[in-house]
Design a protein around this ligand. Sequence first.
Ligand code: MG
Length: 249
Amino acid sequence: MIVIKSKNEIETMRAAGKIVAETLDALKAITKPGVTTYDLDQLAQAIITKHGAKPTFKGYRGFPASICASVNSEVVHGIPSKKRVLQSGDIIAIDVGATLKGLVGDAAVTLPVGNVSDKAKRLMEATEAALWAAIAQCRVGNYLEDISSTIQDFAESRGYSVVRQYVGHGVGRQMHEDPQIPNYRQGKRGPQLKPGMTLALEPMINEGVADTRVLRDKWTVVTKDGKLSAHFEHTVAITDGEPDILTLL
Ligand code: MG
């Protein structure tokens, strides 16, 4: 069942989303060679809690940290670690969730560390552009399939593949609500978009094959072929008019 949010709930989600955006902004500023993913996690936790919110991911099914930090061939759900020292040329996907008054904002970006290759830049640029193309589909009257097919077509037109095993999702009182939002065609139009739906769109796009596997830490998802992956995410509310992005500064 897709939960429709009230105006008040959406405003609280926007407040949570602003905290997420501020956190991502601060993390971007310190993402440099020599910084560890643990450092990023500590800063994120400090900012989220300073605002009276909770890091949504911490403790979620036992996840041990406040952010997911996924480097290079890691797709999503990387666990921050003191041992993971960022190096020039890496790309890092950072996913942040904040829960404020019981409502969740969820967003992710992929950032370059130092000087990265042109192919890494192109992958990041395409993944972010796929997200924006998908956001443009978040209009009353469209169907879920319009979001899914837009992301797939965009990624594949650039020669990339779309991760199948992990998908976007409804978000609100829970981090993961209905509907699931695949980044690829389902072959059926799915639910129609309605005002008050709040959706976390999150293309996960690979340079090589779409297949992934999970590392022995039981969390970190990596590409099967070891090639790069990128991930961008925003939480978006459907309105009578323009898509309302809730995870902006
Ligand atoms: Mg998400």
